[in-house]
Write a protein that binds this ligand. Structure first.
Ligand code: AHR
Length: 499
């Protein structure tokens, strides 16, 4: 099988925003407790954060971190999580039927973000609460001093404002499962009023309005248009969420599913631009893809003990093919770099996590850790508009799926190709015509694959699925040739200046 790609250095999609490599940490299951924060752990630091987890998160190269939910945020009182721990209340947490001890809150989150090197992104509760609490939280976090709330933060040990720049106006407010679920009109009004108050407190902040929870939502499209009718002048971003799964155990279909993410992005952009057109506005609403991942393995897990603290919930153990799918989702994001400016892998630790931990024990990389870390490290620069001629296949998911899914990033000092061969049995001979780059040579080729698509990384075998160096690619004149192994996700780095 053969595929041909044409790349021209002048044909760019857009600059890759570094915030495309974000994460999402929710008070859910063992994400916070036993994941991020475990004061009794042998590797806990002075703040009770697991050092092993900090190291692994740093290895992901996450640039932003969304918090505290998710469904959780729609019933959350942020005041419960600040101040002396001994005075913090334990509460019933209705989204996930757990008890929330509130030992970890906004200040701990920001401290942890600083340690992992990510900028904090905070979602406000527009479910059971509203604009007033949202603006109070902005004041608590970002106002320097001299008011009740800013001085409250200072009395909690944080003299300097946190300077949280990006805020989410609630979470998945179109979903009936959400506490305080709203119609588009109700949410649009609440989001508009919250946005005004929040920006009056701190005009430097940027805001994300809730788009649809998924493309499957019956209100998708109409929701976006109405919400933006209310919020267009007050927000910079609209959110978009996608989770993929392979419940049918059909790998060819599973690997085709990320292409629906491309459709979803383009449809959502069309909604944003339709609202702009109605207003004759040159403003462009950008997308915050602030939840994306593979999520299905834990769907049939037995129910946890209700109202327990940090129960085992949503602990998907990821396979090699999940890593290929996650890698494909990253390609979809990069290929929309002009409009997707923020994206968050949902989630980071234990809960549909890139990292898994054992209480009191080790932490290890799940399979999906690897494509994320590789993309974050190598996909920095300008995304190019690739012309791809690839063999096609048909599957249950969709017709005419290109076997090759590819993103190309002009790094300035060279070119990075992220390439997925979706054929499960055959290698793919890929040629890439390189126009306008000058002399290039193959620097490094990293391949992620496993003979067993269902292989997992576990406590005992944490490195069963991991990237490996590959060889055999060559640049001849202005053409790259590389043979991609079957069912493989590849990062090929070309370097400039070597003739
Ligand atoms: O990430 C898990 C959940 O998925 C989030 O809480 C919610 O926003 C989404 O439905």
């Amino acid at each position: 099988m053969r595929a041909r790609v044409v790349l021209d250095r002048d044909y760019a999609i857009g600059e890759v925003d570094r915030r495309l490599f974000g994460g999402f940490a929710e008070h859910l299951g063992r994400h916070i407790y036993e994941g991020i924060y475990e004061p009794g752990h042998p590797l806990a630091d002075e703040d009770g954060f697991r050092r092993d987890v900090i190291e692994l998160v740093r290895g992901l190269g996450m640039t932003v971190m969304r918090y505290p939910g998710g469904n959780f945020v729609s019933g959350y009182n942020w005041e419960d999580g600040v101040g002396p721990r001994s005075e913090r209340p334990r509460r019933l947490e209705l989204a996930w039927r757990a008890t929330e001890p509130n030992e970890f809150g906004a200040n701990e989150f920001i401290q942890w973000c600083r340690k992992v090197g990510a900028d904090p992104v905070i979602a406000v509760n527009l479910g059971t609460r509203g604009p007033e609490d949202a603006r109070r939280l902005v004041e608590y976090c970002n106002h320097p001093s001299g008011t009740e709330l800013s001085d409250w933060r200072r009395s909690h040990g944080f003299a300097e404002p946190h300077g949280v720049r990006l805020w989410c106006l609630g979470n998945e407010m179109d979903g009936p499962w959400q506490m305080g679920h709203k119609t588009a009109t109700e949410y649009g009004r609440a989001a508009c009023e919250a946005a005004k108050l929040m920006k009056w407190v701190d005009p430097e902040i940027e805001l994300v309005a809730c788009g649809s929870s998924g493309r499957f939502m019956p209100t998708f499209g109409a929701w976006e248009m109405e919400v933006l009718d209310h919020t267009f002048d007050h927000v910079e971003y609209l959110s978009i969420h996608t989770y993929l799964g392979n419940r049918e155990d059909d790998s060819a279909s599973f690997l085709a599913k990320p292409d629906a993410m491309d459709d979803f992005i383009e449809e959502t952009v069309a909604c944003c631009d339709a609202v702009a057109a109605k207003r004759r506005s040159a403003k462009r609403i950008m997308l915050s893809f602030d939840e994306w991942n593979v999520w299905y393995h834990s769907n049939d897990d037995p129910p946890h003990e209700p109202w327990s603290v940090a129960p085992h919930q949503l602990e998907d153990v990821y396979t090699a093919e999940d890593a290929l799918c996650a890698g494909a989702m990253l390609i979809s994001l990069l290929n929309h770099a002009d409009r997707v400016k923020v994206a968050c892998l949902a989630q980071v630790v234990n809960v549909i996590g890139a990292i898994m931990t054992e209480a009191g024990g080790p932490a290890w990389r799940q399979t999906i850790y690897h494509p994320f870390a590789l993309a974050s490290a190598n996909a920095q620069g300008r995304a190019l508009r690739a012309v791809v001629e690839s063999p096609l296949y048909d599957c249950r998911e969709r017709q005419g799926v290109p076997v090759l899914k590819l993103a190309a990033i002009d790094r300035g000092d060279g070119l990075t190709l992220l390439a997925l061969n979706r054929d499960l049995a055959q290698p793919l001979d890929m040629t890439v015509d390189l126009r306008g780059f000058g002399p290039l040579a193959v620097g490094e080729w990293t391949v992620l694959r496993h003979d067993d698509l269902k292989a997992t990384n576990t406590r005992e075998y944490p490195d069963r699925v991991r990237p490996a160096s590959h060889s055999g690619a060559a640049v001849d004149g202005a053409q790259l040739r590389a043979t991609l192994p079957p069912a493989s996700w590849n990062v090929i780095r070309l370097v400039c200046g070597i003739g």
